[in-house]
Ligand binder design. Structure first.
Ligand SMILES: Nc1ncnc2c1ncn2[C@@H]1O[C@H](COP(=O)(O)OP(=O)(O)OP(=O)(O)O)[C@@H](O)[C@H]1O
Length: 279
């Protein structure tokens, strides 16, 4: 390191030993038998806002549109995806260090830590580097067949684990999911800035639990107050991809493991934007 080091490698051309790696240097290669065309990360500023549900619904819609679709569940400490698809079976190895993903009823390929654990109620109490290493292996050791669109349910937040995932998997775009309350806080801003720093295009924002519809008169009720997604999207120059209602049927579909049967057209525009990536 030179004595005049500013610790900002972007403004210095010196090829010194302490030069920070660019994000591209940290990208991992997928398994040699994997063929994955587009990878979309689904992120949120914090847990519990419906990120896994949005990931599942997007995968279901793209599968309905007859694309070969996969879900990489990188939310290691809160893996809820297999349950919402009603998957109980475990992933199998190929005997040479590779792992086959499990296929859902409609043919979505999936990998999640719950498909590897003996008991899905066992808590994952691993430290950050182990969690990040597991996600990397889901990318490098899983034999993904021909996949048009892979959705990555990212670990929530903007800490060490999501950062490592951002750096190791080559994402073609990210979708930010937020609840109305998050949209008025700085949490979304952090998630957006993280993606910008990684130079990953943000496809847009999805507001989950935006409103509830009265079962008697159909009137929209803003349970968490007025929606703020339009002003937040305008602030960051991002498109709004969807506004999802609180729908007890959706929660039921997840709980009963039949998310593939969900009805509703709220996510069609988001799916159109994802589909554009292949054109
Ligand atoms: N719009 C909605 N209507 C009804 N239920 C919903 C809706 N969005 C999410 N839920 C329910 O809320 C719960 C949490 O959702 P989900 O697991 O997708 O959140 P998450 O952001 O992925 O959380 P974490 O990151 O902590 O895993 C689930 O049981 C899901 O079924």
């Amino acid at each position: 390191m030179s004595e005049s080091c500013s610790h900002d490698c972007n403004s210095c051309g010196a090829d010194c030993a302490s030069r920070q790696s660019s994000p591209a240097d940290l990208l991992e290669k997928p398994h040699e038998l994997s063929h994955i065309k587009k990878v979309i990360g689904v992120v949120s500023g914090k847990g519990g806002v419906g990120k896994s549900m949005v990931t599942s619904m997007l995968a279901v819609i793209m599968r309905r549109r007859e694309f070969r679709t996969a879900i990489l569940d990188a939310d290691i400490t809160g893996p809820s995806i297999p349950k919402s698809f009603g998957i109980k079976e475990k992933a199998m190895g190929d005997g040479m260090g590779g792992i086959f993903p499990v296929e859902t009823k409609t043919g979505i390929e999936m990998m999640s830590v719950n498909l590897l654990l003996e008991n899905e109620t066992t808590p994952v109490v691993w430290r950050g580097p182990i969690i990040a290493g597991t996600v990397k292996q889901f990318w490098t050791d899983v034999i993904w067949n021909d996949v048009d669109f892979m959705f990555v349910d990212m670990p929530p937040g903007t800490g060490d684990v999501p950062l490592t995932v951002f750096q190791s998997i080559p994402l073609d775009g990210i979708i930010v999911v937020a609840s109305p309350q998050e949209l008025v806080s700085m949490i979304v801003e952090k998630a957006v800035n993280m993606a910008k720093q990684m130079n990953i295009p943000i496809l847009g924002l999805i507001e989950n639990m935006s409103y509830a519809s009265c079962p008697d008169c159909g009137k929209k009720i803003n349970v968490f107050g007025e929606s703020h997604i339009d002003e937040t999207a305008a602030k960051y120059g991002l498109p709004v991809l969807a506004k999802l209602p609180i729908d007890p049927q959706l929660a039921k579909n997840c709980d009963q493991g039949v998310i593939e049967l969900f009805e509703g057209d709220w996510m069609e525009h988001a799916a159109d934007v994802v589909e554009e990536l292949l054109k």
